[in-house]
Design a protein around this ligand. Sequence first.
Ligand code: NAD
Length: 360
Amino acid sequence: MEYNITVLRGDGIGPEVIDQAVLVLNTLGARQGITFNFREEMMGGCAIDAYGEPLPLSTLETCKKSDAVLLGAVGGPKWEGLPGDKTPEAGLLGIRSGLGLYANLRPAIIYDELKEASPLKNSVIKDNIDILVVRELTGGIYFGDRGRLNRGTNTEEAYDTEKYSVAEIERIARLAFKAAYGRRGIVTSVDKANVLESSKLWREVVIRVSKEYPEIRLKHLYVDNASMQLIRDPHQFDVIVTSNLFGDILSDEASMITGSIGMLPSASVGGGTLGLYEPIHGSAPDIAGQDIANPIATILSAAMMLRYSFNQNAAAELVESAVKKVLAKGYRTKDISSEGFKTVGTKEMGKLIASEIKAV
Ligand code: NAD
């Protein structure tokens, strides 16, 4: 097996955490007979410095031709204050839409070993929590008609429009139902169908699509209730599927209950197998270059790549279990460490995870 991966190391801690994910993939490849061909391209602040734009056309073209894209993080104080379409973050929006990635998958997992990092009480987190938030990424209010009326007068108004087509809802719903196989088999669709017309359509379509997946149980929650339930009893959730706006908010909430931003991966996927995999954290300029960033979010993003783009589920599980083993042995990077644990740097953490893969 051979896969071509475009690597966008990005800015700040991006290159540091990417290096460890590449090490883990190479170790895994040697063990499982898989060849990963990595090709580096620039995106974000580094691309602005080199080419004057955050997402050079050549970067996008290389990404389109590859089997998957692995991204570190972009941005930093150096590039703050640039015009909207020239910011490092504009590169992120550009690459997601340029690659047609309409779904964002964000697992929120509390490992037994990291329960103490969660802001929730131990009585709430009885067992492992494993939630997958499936957020629609290219439709809804972020892309709808918007504007300002009567600008500068005392009758000034502003509006944004939430709009979804049946086709947009169908494809994200199908993705969520498929993702529920091999998990606990529950999909919770989150909307505001008691008020919003777009949510009423959302619910109708999700119910219709659910008939194609009879083994999966479908539940519905209004978004206000869902945000409460996530804190009150997170165990009830398996897969959450929701719109762009609600997903933006709920995926942040779900990730906060795990308490450790350096641990959380994400995937953006579309109709085909090409996907973009990145940690949910940013470029963390405050700790860049110090060998203290947690590389686990990026390593787990690489595991998601194995699962969703390459269909290498066993290999993905191997990486995930190597991470768990290292945590169980008491190793922690600074962000998740406390008394009694062995604090290690970014490189050491990468090496430890790679060694667990070698040892299997
Ligand atoms: P951030 O996620 O970079 O950092 C928030 C806090 O978490 C910081 O204290 C940081 O040190 C810590 N942190 C983040 N990742 C960590 C890791 N792997 N290990 C240990 N600690 C970690 O968010 P921010 O400070 O709001 O943003 C910094 C820059 O990153 C900004 O320019 C922002 O626009 C950009 N950003 C990029 C992305 C992305 O590339 N997808 C996402 C969010 C923010």
